[in-house]
Design a protein around this ligand. Sequence first.
Ligand SMILES: [Zn+2]
Length: 458
Amino acid sequence: MFVTTMIIATMTFAQAPKPVIIRNVTPLDAHSGVMATQDVLIVDGRIASMGQGLAAPSSATLIDGTGSFLSPGLWDMHVHLSYDDRFTGVMSKLFLDYGITSVRDTGGKLERLLPVLDAHYTPPAKAPRVFFAGPLLDGAPLVYGGDQDSGIGQSVVTTEEARLRVQQLHKAGVHFIKIYEMVTPDVFDAFVREADKLGLPIAAHVPLSMLASNAAPRVQSLEHLRNVEMDCAADAEALLEERREMLAGGRENDSDGMSLRRSIHTVQRNRAIANEDADRCDRVLASLRNTIQVPTARLNAMTQHPPFNDAGWTDVLSTLPASVRVDWIKAADYMDPESYRKQGEWTLQMLPRLVASDVTIGAGTDTPIGWAVPGYSLHRELEILVKAGLDTQTALAAATLVPAQFFGLEATLGKVAEGYRADLLLLQQNPLEDIRHSRSIRAVISRGAIVRDYREEQ
Ligand SMILES: [Zn+2]
């Protein structure tokens, strides 16, 4: 199993795709903005050259890019490919259809995830690039524990275990690790040291036993802005003490991790938001400067932006398996918008403050959790980020340059430039003018191959 993984992690598709020449197109990216209209030649999965009147091999597929824009392919920085079996067959296709050419799988047990990846990468299947973490590295009691279907967490309670676990995951070919909320500060420290040693980036939730400002500088990304509000409170230190007591009590009573986490958030979250100390919060935000924040705004702000109120939601739902559709429609009836309202408000007002504090934002959705249709939900995330106050260039960076930076791949992914990997979107309209134009997709190129051509369907 683990041998297979290493192969999967590095493999690309067997046959090299035919060259592609896109004539007279306007390239754009978050680094250079809108560039001069020109030709773009793609050979062997890379952008071979860009310029006026390029010569192209006679075997090249010609795309007339007149009037179109060429953007880097998009990333979803927070997905769970193996969370729900019903998505296995449709997820990679949906990602590519919506122009998502890379994803970061932020938690899935390897024994479930690896067969899914096998299917993704077996020709003639087409799939986005997948960067995966393996299981959520959690403490005790586990939030997602037991043998339940979504049991994507693993309990690690000693520093020695933490070290070994990271080594095993590294051998198994993971691209990063994911640290979860129930870990203790010393286990967190052991995870970080070992991951640093092995060169693995870290995505984390702020552990409940720690302050965001202490955890953030040691990891490369933080997810959902979770537990940041608690560090912004005037009585943050007292809240931390209270959380540690609740956690110790929960461990003693063998509580269910999900319920324990919920009760901690119920007791502290809104209280912390109401009791924010602006100066303290500025210091907390400054501590986030070297750590990408993946706010999953569409998930946090479900009350303010309910997915099922979107125009065209029924059409989007129709792309999902029937049983998912039925469940999601039912679940929407039971959603209590009030229970999410405060956290949504807090997230939306925090976004422009993060940008003003020079904190880097990454775009992620948590699909398929919380009515997130794979692919489609990333475009909604971008729209919500811009509505909250990000400019379009920062939003585009959040789904292109920033995720590439997380993996140290910014020299090959995330820009439209010579030598870069050819993961590209041909768009009818300019997303830097209006971010919703990220949806005006005419064609999707992944690893140099045209994987979706909507022009044929128009
Ligand atoms: Zn997640």
